[in-house]
Design a protein around this ligand. Structure first.
Ligand SMILES: [Zn+2]
Length: 228
């Protein structure tokens, strides 16, 4: 379920894992992960439905209602709904008409003082800009990334988990194609070199547990200097 391949309509194809949905619904995640997940939910009717259902289950359990019905398989039933028809909800355009500002959904919008295009981007590498977002948590970093159209990111792997939400444009690696609304969940088992789509800059919101580890020949030399 975390990677569905149907690209029908304008709905995201890459979703949250069951584990993240449950942790989010239970309020068990920190600010950074919650921000990324809540912003994905704003763009994803399927995950919104799943979270609402999980919150209902949680509420029912707390109130001691219908314990027999909830005892076996109820979570599976709830999660199975995600794969079904999504309810009718306002359609969110994934590719705003060119010339328009990129629509940033809440809650992320509340963290920014300017539009994505006008943020004071800090150049990190050629074609790669970064804007840091202050979130609670000692080691976890939350950033916006702006990758110039057609630019490959340095090949890297991860130290701990990384959540990435595409806000505009897209990128591809050997695992698939990620566009607005898609969430990309990686950890130290994933070593990749995403390449931004050639038809426009790619904007992402990302949160990492610890700095990325650059793995390419040049990247290894940059590791001491570039802290993602
Ligand atoms: Zn989703």
């Amino acid at each position: 379920m975390s990677v569905r391949t149907d690209r029908a309509g304008s709905r995201p194809a890459h979703h949250l894992t069951d584990e993240l949905l449950v942790d989010y619904a239970a309020g068990a995640l920190g600010e950074a992960e919650s921000l990324v997940i809540a912003t994905h939910l704003a763009l994803c009717p399927a995950c919104r439905t799943a979270v609402a259902a999980l919150e209902d289950v949680g509420g029912a359990l707390l109130e001691g209602l219908a314990p027999a019905e909830l005892a076996t398989g109820s979570l599976d039933t709830v999660l199975a709904r995600i794969g079904g028809e999504a309810p009718a909800t306002p359609r969110v355009e994934r590719k705003p008409p060119s010339g328009d500002r990129i629509l940033v959904p809440e809650p992320l919008r509340g963290y920014l003082q300017a539009s994505l295009e006008e943020l004071p981007w800090k150049g990190l590498l050629p074609g790669l800009g970064m804007f840091e977002i202050a979130t609670a948590g000692k080691t976890r970093k939350t950033r916006l990334l702006r990758v110039k159209a057609g630019t490959p990111m340095p090949e890297h792997t991860h130290r701990g988990s990384e959540l990435t939400l595409v806000l505009a444009g897209g990128y591809s690696d050997e695992r698939g194609h990620f566009v607005r609304g898609d969430i990309d969940i990686t950890d130290d088992s994933v070593r990749h070199q995403p390449v931004a789509d050639s038809d426009g800059d790619c904007f992402c919101l990302t949160t990492t547990e610890a700095p990325l580890k650059l793995t390419g020949r040049i990247g290894r030399l940059l590791n001491p200097f570039v802290r993602f």
